[in-house]
Structure formats: C-alpha cells, structure tokens
Write a new protein. Structure first.
Length: 270
C-alpha cells in the first residue's frame, strides 16, 4: 500500500513533517565484519500521528528509534525532527524503553520530576504539572510511593508520566509494554492513546504484536529482515477513540492479514 501523505484528521496539516528519514542507514562493526542493520529507509511522519513499527527481530526497528533520538549516528542518509538534522538528543524527543528505569531511592513524584530537574526546572509549576500527569495515568494516590511498592504496570505508568511531564513533541517507544500481562497491556495502550491524542504528541511505537500495532496506530510500518528496509505501510483508518470491541470487526481482521502479508513478502514467502 502506498504511503499516505497526511496524518490523522485534526492533527496533521503542517507543511513540514515532524519526523523524516531520508535514505537512513546504519552499519555496525561486529567481530571485524560489517553488519548492515538498516538500509535506505525513507519515511515521512506527520505531527500527531501514531506510527507503529513491526518486523522480525534484528530488522532495525530499535536502531531506527535510536537514530531518531540522536543516540546513534547514521552511517548513511539522515533523520530529521521538525526539519532539523538529528545529531544529538533533543528535549523535544522523549524515549520510553521496555524497562521503566526508575531510581529505587526516589519516590514516584521524584522519579517523574527527574528530567525536569536535569533541564533546570524545580519550580511549583512543574510540580503541579507532574501531579496532573500522575492523575491522568491513574497514580494520584501513589505520589509518595517507591518503585518497589508498585506493580510492573504501575512502574510503566510512572515512566510514561516522567516523559509526559516535560511535554516532548515526539515520543519514541521501544516495546514499552512487552513485559506486562495482556490485560494490563491493553489498559496501558488505551491510556497511552488517550493521553497522547489529547496532547497532540507524535508517537513512534515499536512492537512485535501485530494486533497491538493495528489497534493503536494511524499507520503500521512493516520492516523486512536485516538489512531492515520498509516492506510496506498499512493505513489503518479505524475511527477514534479506539475501543477493544473494534478488534472483533471484520475490518480489523482484514488489516491484521494485510500486515501479515507484508511480513511474509519481506521474508520471501509466497
């Protein structure tokens, strides 16, 4: 399917995409040999879009996010955020990993405020913002709790609140809910969509779960096995806000099969 030129209704429309990849490539030196992880990726993402990346392990999905985040230099091509070539990490781009990475000696509120402190924000306004975000993710009653006192799902809510408190324009998420049970994962997915949609945040989401990718996304980018390239892009087009009941519809099943078909093409299946 051809790549769409516009983002979700009411959120896109900017003249320039917020995230771009132009011939983006990455090669690693491993044990004296060159391993091409990512090759010639071209992609344009509109402001406010929710984009998921699926593909086999080792296809470069995480590598792509790391280059957009400025954590890895490109071997070829370039990544751009708001039209500016990425050369280093930016305050406008937040990154959420599979592990919540919370400091055990800091309370929930103190963990959430940590990035703001790094950026020199210690005023009452940022503390008020942190409290509001914690309430939005359902943790208003756990402000003074420590990570060891929280479930895995609650720890991931803290990690999400930590990112949202300093309001990045782009949120990169590398399988952030992969370690959670199915019901907690579904609840987190719904919460993530609600919050990022309301704030107009652009989300790039890596997952191995095709159902999750289709359910959450405006578009699903399917990657080939290494060297990672874009095998195809599926426009989801399901109405928002999304509900679990939509997974039972025939249109949802059709999208699942479309993604699966592209994955099969990438593996050389017929």
């Amino acid at each position: 399917m051809a790549e769409a030129s516009s983002g979700p209704p009411g959120l896109a429309g900017a003249a320039e995409p917020i995230v771009e990849a132009r011939g983006l490539a990455k090669t690693f030196s491993v044990a004296g040999s060159e391993v091409v992880a990512l090759e010639g990726v071209d992609l344009s993402i509109a402001r406010g879009e929710f984009i998921s990346f699926v593909g086999p392990s080792g296809c470069g999905k995480s590598t792509f996010l790391n280059m957009v985040a400025g954590l890895l230099p490109a071997s070829g091509g370039e990544a751009l955020v708001k039209g500016v070539k990425v050369t280093e990490p930016s305050r406008e781009v937040g990154f959420m990993f599979q592990s919540p990475v919370l400091l055990p000696w800091r309370t929930v509120e103190q963990n959430v405020l940590m990035p703001a402190e790094v950026f020199g924000r210690k005023d009452a306004a940022i503390r008020q913002k942190a409290r509001a975000v914690l309430e939005a993710v359902g943790l208003e009653g756990f402000v003074g709790a420590y990570p060891r006192q929280l479930s895995g799902g609650m720890q991931q809510r803290v990690a999400l609140a930590r990112i949202l408190t300093y309001e990045p324009e782009v949120l990169l998420m590398d399988e952030p809910f992969g370690a959670l049970d199915e019901f907690t994962r579904e609840a987190m997915n719904l919460e993530l969509m609600r919050i990022t949609r309301a704030a107009g945040i652009t989300v790039l989401f890596v997952t191995h779960n095709i159902t999750e990718a289709v359910f959450m996304s405006d578009r699903v980018v399917v990657m080939t096995p290494r060297p990672g390239k874009v095998s195809g892009i599926v426009d989801v087009g399901l109405p928002r806000p999304r509900a679990i009941a939509q997974m039972q519809q025939q249109g949802f099943a059709d999208l699942i099969f479309e993604v699966r078909g592209l994955l099969g093409q990438g593996r050389g299946e017929h």
